[in-house]
Design a protein around this ligand. Sequence first.
Ligand code: NAG
Ligand code: NAG
Ligand code: NAG
Ligand code: NAG
Ligand code: NAG
Length: 156
Amino acid sequence: METPAFWLVQLFLCLLWVNHVMTLGLGGARHQAIVCNESLMLEKLPTCGKSFEEMMKKVDSKKWCNLTEFIMYYDNFTQCTEHEANNASCFWPNPLAEHFITGIHKQFFSNCTSEEVHWEDPPDEILIPLILIPVLLTGAMITLVVWCSKRSDILV
Ligand SMILES: *[C@@H]1O[C@H](CO)[C@@H](O)[C@H](O)[C@H]1NC(C)=O
Ligand SMILES: *[C@@H]1O[C@H](CO)[C@@H](O)[C@H](O)[C@H]1NC(C)=O
Ligand SMILES: *[C@@H]1O[C@H](CO)[C@@H](O)[C@H](O)[C@H]1NC(C)=O
Ligand SMILES: *[C@@H]1O[C@H](CO)[C@@H](O)[C@H](O)[C@H]1NC(C)=O
Ligand SMILES: *[C@@H]1O[C@H](CO)[C@@H](O)[C@H](O)[C@H]1NC(C)=O
């Protein structure tokens, strides 16, 4: 049985979020009080996309749907976006950065839905958690982000 690479990517991204929010929650309250420079962040993010593109060029495009082939580059890419967002005093993840990351997903993984990746549908007891966990985590993250930003508003 093969696993849907896309959901694994989502899951991976969510785990990064959790990790990040935990870190922020424990030590970064002051950081959030600074105003996010969205234009600076949007200016910097394409650099991350560029270097991800460069790295993906080393991978045979037939293997672009194979998670094990690119997970390291993907990790590097998400770290890059996080770094740039933080450097622009932005909370990460944020809707703008997410929009950018989704664009990168479309660019590289749009063909990974069914034809190129030939997986059988895993049994429901595996598929449902794979879908639900990212969805639930995303919801939790959004709540946390909203809560944190409200809190930092009060602090300011
Ligand atoms: C945001 O970054 C831009 C550079 O892209 C800079 O020109 C601008 O002054 C910054 N804005 C703030 C509020 O720091
Ligand atoms: C994905 O890549 C890994 C490492 O190169 C390889 O072992 C694995 O068989 C590949 N999986 C598929 C489905 O091509
Ligand atoms: C991640 O990317 C940066 C810049 O593109 C590069 O310098 C660094 O070596 C990369 N790290 C890994 C683990 O690939
Ligand atoms: C981080 O932002 C500062 C300006 O706020 C800039 O001078 C610096 O080059 C940035 N660093 C990186 C790695 O982008
Ligand atoms: C996806 O498939 C279309 C049509 O076959 C092709 O033009 C496009 O370059 C492919 N995109 C990627 C990222 O492989």
